[in-house]
Design a protein around this ligand. Sequence first.
Ligand code: GTP
Ligand code: MG
Length: 464
Amino acid sequence: MRSATLAALATAPASGAVGIVRLSGPAALEVGRLLAPGVPPAPTPRHAYLASFVDASGAMLDEGLFLFFRAPHSFTGEDVVELQAHGSPRLLRMLLARALEHPEVRHAGPGEFTRRAFLNGRMELSRAEAVADLVAADSEAAVRAAASALSGSLSARVRALEEPLRSLHADLEGVLNFPEEAEGADDGFEARVSALRVEADALLAEAGRGRLVRRGARVVLYGPVNAGKSTLFNRLVGESRALVDEEPGTTRDVLEARVEWEGLGVTLLDTAGLRSAPGRLEALGIARTREVLSAVELAVLVLPPRCGEEEAQAWLQEAGETPVLRVAGKCDVGRGDTGSTRDSDTLTPSLSQGERGDGHGSGGFLSVSGLTGEGVELLRSSILQRLWGGGAPSALTLVSERHADSLRRCSEALSRAELASRLSTLEAVSGELSLALEALGEVSGTSVSEALLDAIFQRFCIGK
Ligand SMILES: Nc1nc2c(ncn2[C@@H]2O[C@H](COP(=O)(O)OP(=O)(O)OP(=O)(O)O)[C@@H](O)[C@H]2O)c(=O)[nH]1
Ligand SMILES: [Mg+2]
């Protein structure tokens, strides 16, 4: 029996200029010609035919383009027909329903076209996934990273690791199983294992940044009540999102705003200020602040003008494992260059001295004023610097969570192999290498299970 022919809308189910019905499989041409009978029985592949689309009784529904791609020269590697009609959701559903009446046609599941492309060897797995990433990308950096993976740069990097790993594994297995014939194949294997481990770690490091690109970074502002967090938040977001008031404990809920800085998506969070004797409602807000603090990429600690070093250290502890960027807030206070004198009584002389000049306080941290905007640009670039470490987003190749996980397992197996190469048997080393290979194969597609494929393609939209 021939494999099923897939049908789906390739465009979003909303009104638009153009809507596309996509068919892929052995019956694609036959079904396509049912909908567009004016097209010749053997159309020229990759040629755009102007065609009338008709219903079952032959009445014309629309006029549009008919494209035929002959296997294996198509996206999926099968015969593919695309009908480009006007983008009326109702019309497109009628055309699709008609195609689905054919006994060999069924509706495509999420990502099923791309899955066939992968199974037919038209596309490597990491590139197939890049398609999904590209569709889901919501910042410029995410688009660029997905495009880079799509162009195969990830596959190339993975292959550059996989090939020497495979041959080292083969050499060791040779020595273990055929000691006579393979004599000497394990010479210098310790150095080969180490080199592979270094390379795997480098890939893994990039994976962390790839994840940042794909999901964007979460950055929280936290600190004592009334430090000026919400004022600074509004400055960074560029609009007045959070309520600001001189009364301590103004912010209760966690506020979120999404910005895009130099192409990187950043979700900024403003939180309830922390203090020891809050009201009941405020205490709930403080609990949320603590939750958020543990779940972000970077925390910005905003401290008020009068804040001793001991107290500051206690605030730093609050963030736990999360990296902290410390800023001295309200740096305009007491300098007489704004109208606000509200906090001038809280100014300590020691802090005001260090705040002059380069925007860095005496402790080497940034001085900012949400009120005047002073130091805010510097803060923004410092946040980006901390998140990126200075690299260019577009140079990233690794974009998916799954890749990062596979690479982590590969790198861990190689670390164990490295250890075993010094302390244990050749057999143990070879065993770890085989685990490393398996993990890498999940990225390159050489060792993927059905279940993994299901998981991967579930992320896709239907029609892709
Ligand atoms: N002079 C000066 N005053 C500021 C600055 N930032 C905030 N303020 C004032 O300080 C008070 C508290 O500001 P908020 O931004 O609400 O402070 P917060 O840290 O969000 O306070 P909570 O939400 O209560 O924890 C308000 O009266 C602001 O106008 C600043 O940079 N300079
Ligand atoms: Mg606030």
